[in-house]
Write a protein that binds this ligand. Structure first.
Ligand code: 13P
Length: 257
């Protein structure tokens, strides 16, 4: 039984005061919901907020993580942050391969493979993102793209216990367009099949696959009810505490009693 994970990707949003206010709203909401037994809740903030957020989240069930990391532990890489530095903050998760890293910052599968390893080998959990562009979908290449993003990055030496995959169709990110339930389930099935061929079926069945791309309170329940959708990676809606809580609540309701 895979426990749903609702992860908020704050992207490049929030200065400290606004962040504290949002975190207070999330912690209060999670507390009122009493959902922390059935659902894991994570926020992935900008680097600057990790230390203060660690303090704000101490003794709460809400976890925190980062949105990127460099593959090397240290070195002359101006402007970069390494996994050991992230570990210092107490964070538990790192997003790697988000479509904005792939398409805005030009990160490719070979580099992402090194980043995934750096995160997992340091004992943190990676949220590895895959997803096709609109052109790729319209050209009928979705499966091929997903399989290469999985196959070229996830080897059997990546500890599956520390792996979460997020399927985020690029055309659904920040656009208000969401994959239909059929589209989401189909791709999640391909991701799970790829995991089964890399590891084995039992291991693949234990890995959570999140859906991301315009997840909102109004569509979360339907997406989270799909058999291979084990949570959500939420962008815009995670910046408003009440919306994020509504999505967490939908996840809690999707867990069989
Ligand atoms: P939106 O929820 O704003 O579409 O963003 C999705 C996303 O990129 C999460 O990582």
């Amino acid at each position: 039984m895979r426990k749903p994970l609702i992860a908020g990707n704050w992207k490049m949003h929030k200065t400290l005061d606004d962040a504290r206010e949002l975190v207070t709203g999330i912690v209060d909401g999670v507390g009122k919901l009493g959902a922390s037994d059935g659902v894991e809740v994570l926020i992935c903030t900008p680097f600057t907020l990790l230390f203060p957020i660690a303090k704000a989240l101490a003794n709460t069930p809400v976890m925190f993580g980062a949105q990127n990391a460099h593959e090397e532990a240290q070195g002359a890489f101006t402007g970069e942050v390494s996994v050991p530095m992230l570990k210092d903050t107490g964070c538990t998760h790192v997003i790697i391969g988000h479509s904005e890293r792939r398409h805005v910052f030009g990160e490719k599968n070979d580099r992402l493979a090194k980043k995934v390893r750096a995160v997992v080998d340091a004992g943190l959990t990676v949220i590895y993102c895959v997803g096709e562009t609109l052109d790729e979908r319209e050209a009928g290449k979705t499966r091929e793209v997903i399989e290469s993003q999985m196959g070229e990055v996830i080897d059997s030496d990546v500890l599956a216990d520390r792996l979460v995959v997020a399927y985020e169709p690029v055309w659904a990110i920040g656009t208000g367009k969401t994959a239909s339930p059929e589209q989401a389930q189909e791709v999640h099935g391909w991701v799970r099949a790829s995991l089964a061929s890399t590891y084995d079926k039992t291991t693949a069945d234990g890995v959570r696959i999140l859906y991301g791309g315009s997840v909102k309170p109004g569509n979360a329940a339907e997406l989270l009810s799909l058999p291979d959708v084990d949570g959500a990676l939420v962008g815009g809606a995670c910046l408003v505490a009440s919306d994020f809580i509504a999505i967490i609540s939908a996840a809690a309701a999707s867990v069989p009693a």
